[in-house]
Design a protein around this ligand. Structure first.
Ligand SMILES: Cc1ncc(COP(=O)(O)O)c(C=O)c1O
Length: 408
């Protein structure tokens, strides 16, 4: 699951670090490539924009699902062509649009944004070929659509079709939808894909356009907890491939994309933190670790949500919170002596806590504790400047076994 020897060697040098394993990234990206015929993948940079990770996924032929101008720029700098970078996010400024227009395919998130794109394209003397993000008439968990800050309501697209057709400097060439994350229910994903191909048919008919691309968004989930069954990617891919085949009979020139979301990187990353102290207070034993809340925040958030129940909250609070037991804590020690400990970090706040009174082998100063599922939404969503402590290193374990410190 992770390279213990590489972690043990690295903990001698770094008090806390992420380690991303290239072989696992390749394994998960190959699972997608091998099972989804006729579909292209866009890597969701926001899950982990580490430069070595980007090099690896782009080397697999993936394009980019970019969520900001900075992500667009990092893809360009990593060598991706304009046709491989899809920039979709709510709230783009004039500056974002101007800078992104020549180096990415912008996906407009509102009617007013389409007008801003028209204005910028006119200034540049060009015709911007764009996608539109649609908030469809269907939902992910129910048949009907719902209010959303993302995209343009499907009905609003159709109501504006004459205006959209009349824009001189904007050509709509594709559509994008993303409705849900971290889905482990295969039937829901299959129904969603079916709905998406029907949506493409409707949009083509209403707007009288040939779609260059149809972006189905993300949603393929990861088994975080020990009790989770991994999604059957072969089965999902088989259905998706059949749907694409049928769709291509009508629209042979449309590229169908799926965004990887967290799929290719979550399992590829671990977080390792060094024991900096231990103490017993009023009979309770604390192990003090380096950079927990301020190194990898999601375990602290999971701990801070005391009464989460899936009955009350069927969908978690992604990407900050997936479930109470989304991470495993693995002490790297030879000790066989078991003890009940509370795992805390070295910040001056008592909310810096990841586990309370759990049984584990005795950890001493200098030992490492490894936290799993740290490849996505980890370094990027963590408040690393808290207390001005040094942030964790980000190490990359190549498939040849070399450890690279990526951010120096
Ligand atoms: C448009 C879009 N694509 C991809 C993702 C990431 O997917 P996931 O949450 O499955 O990792 C998100 C996340 O919210 C998103 O909004």
């Amino acid at each position: 699951m992770f390279n213990k020897e590489a972690v043990l060697n690295s903990i001698k040098e770094y008090d806390s670090f992420y380690m991303y394993d290239q072989s696992t990234i390749l394994e998960y990206s190959n699972q997608l490539k091998d099972n989804f015929e006729g579909i292209e993948f866009l890597y969701s940079n926001k899950t982990n924009p580490n430069p070595e990770v980007l090099k690896t996924v782009f080397g697999q032929g993936f394009g980019s699902d970019s969520a900001s101008l900075n992500e667009v720029l990092m893809c360009k700098n990593a060598g991706l062509a304009k046709e491989k970078i899809y920039y979709s996010a709510p709230g783009k400024s004039f500056y974002d649009i101007r800078e992104a227009m020549d180096i990415s395919i912008i996906t407009a998130d509102s009617i007013s944004e389409i007008h801003r794109i028209q204005q910028v394209a006119k200034e540049k003397g060009t015709v911007a070929k764009i996608g539109i993000r649609i908030n469809p008439r269907f939902g992910f968990f129910k048949e009907s659509g719902a209010a959303s800050k993302f995209g343009i309501d499907e009905d609003v697209v159709y109501e504006n079709k004459e205006m959209l057709k009349s824009l001189e400097n904007v050509d709509i060439i594709g559509i994008h939808v993303h409705l849900s994350s971290q889905e482990l229910d295969i039937d829901r994903l299959k129904t969603y894909y079916r709905n998406m191909f029907q949506l493409a048919d409707r949009v083509k008919e209403e707007l009288e356009i040939d779609l260059d691309f149809l972006n189905l968004g993300s949603g393929i989930g990861i088994a975080y907890e020990k009790k989770d069954s991994p999604l059957d990617v072969a089965d999902l891919g088989k259905t998706a491939s059949e749907l694409v085949k049928e769709f291509k009979e009508k629209m042979p020139n449309t590229t169908v994309f799926i965004e990887t979301g967290r799929y290719v990187v979550t399992k590829a990353g671990v977080y390792a933190t060094k024991v900096l102290d231990r103490k017993t207070s009023y009979g309770k034993t604390y192990v003090i670790l380096c950079n927990t809340l301020n190194g990898f925040v999601r375990p602290s958030i999971a701990k801070a949500i005391p009464t989460y129940s899936t009955e009350e909250h069927p969908k978690p609070w992604e990407p900050m919170f997936t479930s109470k037991d989304a991470f495993q804590y693995i002490p790297l020690t030879e000790s066989t002596e078991m003890e009940k400990v509370t795992l805390v970090g070295n910040l001056c706040t008592s909310t810096d806590l990841i586990a309370d009174d759990i049984e584990m082998p005795k950890l001493e100063y200098g030992d490492a504790l490894v936290i799993t599922n740290a490849g996505s939404y980890a370094a990027v969503v963590t408040p690393m400047q808290f207390a001005s402590l040094n942030p964790p290193a980000q190490l990359f374990l190549t498939k040849q076994g070399e450890v690279i410190n990526t951010l120096v």
